[in-house]
Design a protein around this ligand. Structure first.
Ligand SMILES: *Cc1c(COP(=O)(O)O)cnc(C)c1O
Length: 428
């Protein structure tokens, strides 16, 4: 492979996402992926402790997924999805619905997490529009992240990610994450809105773990209470499981910890095992039915050129095959148990403000002079330290977290913990 000048050419021609163009270090060329590892241009093995932006489930270049995708590429690479269909999309819809709560009956395909959220928001608005009911407002959590498109930004937190666009975002009611102390107050605030304004169309949330916010975690029973309240007041509930889906929280979906059933689900990231971009928005039958009408203006006019791309669907089906294997679930359990043991060891560490865990997700909030914040400078120091030890992490400010592929071994996790302890020790 000719990598001559790749770093310089990268700097000259490429604009990277979420990247400080002024201060960015040279991008590190990744030339190969295998299992839980990346290989850089110096042939150095790097443990991928963040599943390559939270997408990879079963390891890089898994032979089984690669084989299935290759077969699909020899058969059908793309087909217009309006008025045509194909086996991978239909089988995937059927199989995903088996894993989702039984109120979910339809699968709408798009390309990524942000579009899965846009589709969800638009489904909700279309549902009320089609019935001439003037409900157009959403409730979301403070610090939420639902993607970088305008709808996603609007229901997300107002912060550095979107302040250039702030006055173009639509109005959303942001409520705090619920806990023992504030749950009743939150319920009261919501109830007041429902009764006095009657304009709340939907409630969107990341169930159990707010990823980009810094892996903030909350209890399912509080979310259950809020969903119940919404349902009692004809408010549609959207579970954004883009990050939490496919085993991350220890269950297939984070919503499996709930008693209430959300009306809409957004899926992406792990959906294809991390191989291809694909988004899914599933919904309950009543939402679909509201768009079935003699009146053509009630059509849900949304779609993307790559909707239900067969290759992406094939990757997803192969990843589901692996997800359904008992071995994968023993691995998920092993990761959750190891994290838990490590958490018990370090929870009182003087360099840590907080340690939290949900299933395979472990987050350590490190004490810094600056407050906990995405732009906290600790991020780069942490990432550089781990990189020198052969591990890729991407802290959210001073929040260091691990979301490994499920093929990681106990020994590799123990190495990760040992590096973490050494890192904490050398902090002053
Ligand atoms: C990553 C993420 C998104 C956006 O997904 P993209 O594929 O990056 O557009 C939306 N919601 C949540 C909860 C996410 O973690």
């Amino acid at each position: 492979m000719n990598l001559d000048g790749i770093v310089e050419k990268d700097k000259q021609y490429v604009w990277h996402p979420f990247t400080h163009l002024k201060f960015a270090n040279n991008a590190i060329p990744i030339v190969k992926g295998e299992g839980a590892y990346f290989y850089d241009d110096q042939n150095q093995k790097l443990l991928d402790a963040i599943s390559s932006w939270w997408v990879n489930l079963h390891g890089h270049c898994h032979p089984y997924i690669t084989q299935k995708v290759t077969e699909q590429l020899h058969t059908l690479e793309h087909a217009i999805f309006s008025a045509f269909t194909h086996q991978p999309a239909v089988t995937l819809a059927e199989r995903l619905l088996k894993h989702l709560p039984n109120n979910q009956t339809k699968i709408f395909y798009s390309d990524n997490g942000s579009t899965s959220v846009e589709v969800a928001l638009k489904m909700v608005l279309q549902y009320w529009h089609n019935q001439d009911i003037p409900k157009r407002k959403f409730i979301a959590f403070e610090n939420a992240y639902h993607g970088d498109t305008f709808g996603g930004m609007s229901v997300g937190a107002r912060n550095v990610f979107n302040n250039a666009f702030e006055n173009l975002l639509f109005d959303v009611i942001h409520i705090p994450l619920p806990n023992q102390d504030n749950i009743e107050e939150i319920e009261q605030v919501m109830l007041n809105w429902f009764e006095n304004h009657k304009d709340i169309a939907g409630f969107i949330f990341e169930p159990l773990v707010q990823g980009a916010a810094g892996m903030l975690m909350y209890e399912p029973h509080y979310l259950d209470r809020l969903i119940k309240l919404c349902h009692e007041n004809q408010v549609i509930c959207i579970a954004d499981e883009v990050m939490t889906g496919f085993g991350r929280t220890g269950q297939f979906f984070a919503s499996d910890y709930l008693n209430q059933q959300p009306d809409i689900f957004c899926l992406s990231k792990g959906l294809t095992g991390g191989y291809m971009p694909l988004g899914v928005t599933s919904c309950a039958q009543f939402i679909y039915d509201a768009c079935v009408s003699e009146d053509k203006t009630k059509t849900f006019f949304h779609g993307h050129s790559y909707t239900a791309n067969p290759t992406a669907c094939a990757a997803s089906l192969a990843s589901l095959d692996l997800m359904e294997k008992p071995e994968t679930w023993s691995q998920i359990e092993m990761i959750a148990k190891s994290h838990h043991t490590f958490l018990s060891q370090i929870k009182n560490h003087s360099k840590l403000q907080d340690v939290r865990q949900t299933g395979t997700i472990l987050a350590l909030e490190i004490n810094t002079e600056e407050h906990t914040h995405y732009l906290n400078n600790a991020s780069e120091n942490i990432a550089n330290y781990f990189l020198k030890q052969g591990v890729i992490v991407r802290p959210l400010g001073n929040v260091l977290y691990f979301i490994t592929p499920y093929c990681v071994t106990k020994t590799e996790l123990d190495t990760l913990y040992a590096i973490t302890l050494k890192f904490l020790e050398q902090l002053n």
